[in-house]
Design a protein around this ligand. Structure first.
Ligand SMILES: *Cc1c(COP(=O)(O)O)cnc(C)c1O
Length: 226
């Protein structure tokens, strides 16, 4: 067996990810979450991370970058449920459409229109930015209802809202944001709220998140995006 060292390392990695998935699920339960789905964020990690997370029972895979996503999934025999969670340029929709199951970052009607054209009836979340931090995408709270209506008119399957909390200030800084987004989703009769990352998923779950997007807590520190 010439490839013994590699094989051993792989088994190790899979076992580590499985243990961490279990730990995250325990923490979700302790925060009061029931039926919360785990979206394993594999950006800048390789196919092995996708396979390990899928084997460990994660309900979805999160990817941020169009080119990387296509390269990663193009030669996979069974593509898992991929959630696009990065800022999405309209001209990239066509290329990612064969692989994406859920578009989580719909924040403008031009993007909704393009998705409706390239992936009719697609499952989407409207991304809302309820922080005052720049550069993270998302429409304002006040624009959500109209955009949701527009997406429905386009025949898209609007499952809910997605948001990213504050990147500074610790998890408690985002509690109010998560609460506002959850109550807006309720007002609009939307079931799903994609809220919470490695650093703040427990607060998000306590405030009504139905799916958390976790990367580093499962796979460790991320290699930089090239
Ligand atoms: C990278 C990313 C995540 C995962 O971040 P971690 O802190 O590694 O859990 C979640 N959501 C979005 C939108 C991301 O870009």
């Amino acid at each position: 067996m010439t490839n013994e060292p590699d094989r051993v390392r792989d088994v190790d990695f899979f076992a580590t990810v499985a243990r961490r998935v279990h730990e995250v699920r325990e923490r979700v339960l302790a925060a009061g979450g029931r039926g919360v789905r785990l979206i394993a964020v594999t950006k800048t990690f390789g196919v092995d991370a996708v396979l390990a997370a899928t084997a460990a029972g994660c309900e979805g895979i999160g990817e941020n970058y169009a080119q990387e996503l296509v390269a990663k999934f193009d030669d996979m025999s069974a593509v898992p449920e991929v959630h696009f969670i990065g800022q999405l340029q309209t001209n990239k929709v066509r290329m990612v459409a064969p692989f994406v199951a859920v578009y989580e970052t719909v924040d403008r009607s031009s993007l909704a229109l393009e998705i409706a054209k390239r992936a009719p009836g697609a499952r989407i979340l409207v991304q809302v930015d309820a922080t005052d931090e720049p550069g993270k995408g998302g429409c304002s709270l006040g624009a959500v209802a109209e955009l949701v209506g527009r997406c429905l008119d386009l025949g898209l399957h609007v499952e809910g809202l997605m948001t990213v909390g504050y990147t500074v200030g610790g998890p408690e800084a985002s509690r109010g944001v998560f609460r506002m987004v959850r109550s807006l989703a309720d007002e609009l009769n939307l079931a799903e709220c994609s809220m919470g990352m490695s650093g703040d998923f427990e607060v998000a779950v306590a405030e009504g998140s139905t799916q958390v997007r976790v990367g580093s807590v499962l796979f460790g520190a991320r290699p930089p995006h090239r």
